[in-house]
Design a protein around this ligand. Structure first.
Ligand SMILES: Nc1nc2c(ncn2[C@@H]2O[C@H](COP(=O)(O)O)[C@@H](O)[C@H]2O)c(=O)[nH]1
Ligand SMILES: [Mg+2]
Length: 312
């Protein structure tokens, strides 16, 4: 790191000591300082948070065992057609390695993701599914939110900062997991794949699919969300997948987008790619400590009239 990098890093640490942890990787401290200054000087009224759900709001692993995904939870529901879980597992086995393949580009992966989600939509057809079954399945699934996520939601709620949960998972399960953990308030919005019902039977998804590599303005077009939040030019983005780094692309006229990436497993091979996509990469960090510290800094500076901004 050149002198400037060390100077910038020292300045960052004076405001956010957590960034000094060995699990924190920052490729360009100068850029992170610039973004932090923009976020802090913009304050809570120009801020919005965009977070992926599976393995971002939820932990990536618990004691080394990979955390379940919102789609996988559906397999815990009673009353599914006999072929459902086996077929879902077959599709997962075929397409998950493609989704995660570091040697394939987003463009090469996209047709396979569309295939996967179209086949899942077909699988989710023609059988009754009581919404309460999803609630019961969540109870049986031992889901865990990242430590400190509830604190983050409370801090955002008291400052009226909106949180968008942007998930290529199953929105009905995302909603049920958040409610299961007592996290539901007016400031949380979910854009995801939601189940459609016709004549009381499951009938695919309600809208165009959201898959891991189209989480952008177009995938959110049917909700008008980004237009409604267009006065919030500063974004804290959090994700665990390279495709998550584009989730703020639908926000008009952004001033600053600070991208936090969660990386677990195969770090030596994947870290360079994650550092190209995210400003701050957190290695095997199953908490929301960095996000909480960032929101606290923004709120404290905004509330301290003697500090109209900080010079990080
Ligand atoms: N078991 C299944 N898992 C699936 C399916 N389709 C997608 N997925 C996984 O969900 C995540 C997306 O969630 P996000 O909140 O992280 O965007 C994705 O990464 C896939 O691995 C499915 O049909 N079955
Ligand atoms: Mg994810």
């Amino acid at each position: 790191m050149g002198d400037t990098g060390e100077g910038d890093m020292k300045s960052l640490l004076s405001y956010m000591p957590e960034l000094g942890r060995s699990s924190v990787h920052i490729k360009d401290p100068k850029r992170v300082s610039f973004l932090l200054n923009k976020l802090v000087s913009g304050g809570v009224n120009t801020l919005q948070i965009i977070a992926d759900f599976d393995h971002t709001v939820t932990k990536q692993h618990v004691n080394g065992v990979r955390h379940t995904s919102s789609f996988c939870v559906i397999n815990q529901c009673n009353g599914l057609p006999p072929h459902f879980s086996g077929r879902d597992s077959e599709l997962l086995k075929k397409y998950l390695p493609i989704e995660r393949d570091p040697h394939l580009t987003k463009e090469e992966k996209t047709p396979y993701m569309i295939e996967w989600y179209s086949m899942t939509s077909e699988l989710l057809q023609g059988f009754p599914l009581d919404p309460n079954e999803i609630v019961e399945a969540v109870k049986r699934s031992n889901t865990e939110l990242r430590s400190g996520f509830q604190d983050l939601v409370t801090a955002l709620d008291t400052a009226n900062v909106p949180l968008l949960v942007f998930s290529a998972g199953l929105g009905d399960v995302v909603d049920a997991i958040l409610k299961h953990h007592g996290v539901c308030n007016k400031n949380i919005h979910i854009i995801s794949n939601f189940l459609n019902f016709k004549d009381g039977l499951v009938n695919g998804f309600t809208d165009d699919i959201v898959h891991p590599f189209n989480k952008n303005g177009k995938a959110a077009e049917h909700t008008n969300y980004f237009k409604e939040m267009s006065n919030r030019h500063n974004v804290i983005l959090m994700g665990d997948n390279l495709g998550d780094a584009e989730m703020a692309d639908g926000v008009p006229n952004t001033d600053a987008v600070l991208k936090i990436g969660f990386l677990f497993g195969d770090v030596d091979r994947l870290l360079p790619q994650y550092l190209d996509h995210f400003d701050v990469v957190l290695e095997d960090d199953q908490t929301m400590d960095i996000a909480n510290s960032l929101v606290r800094l923004i709120k404290e500076t905004a509330s301290d009239s003697t500090k109209s901004s900080v010079s990080i």
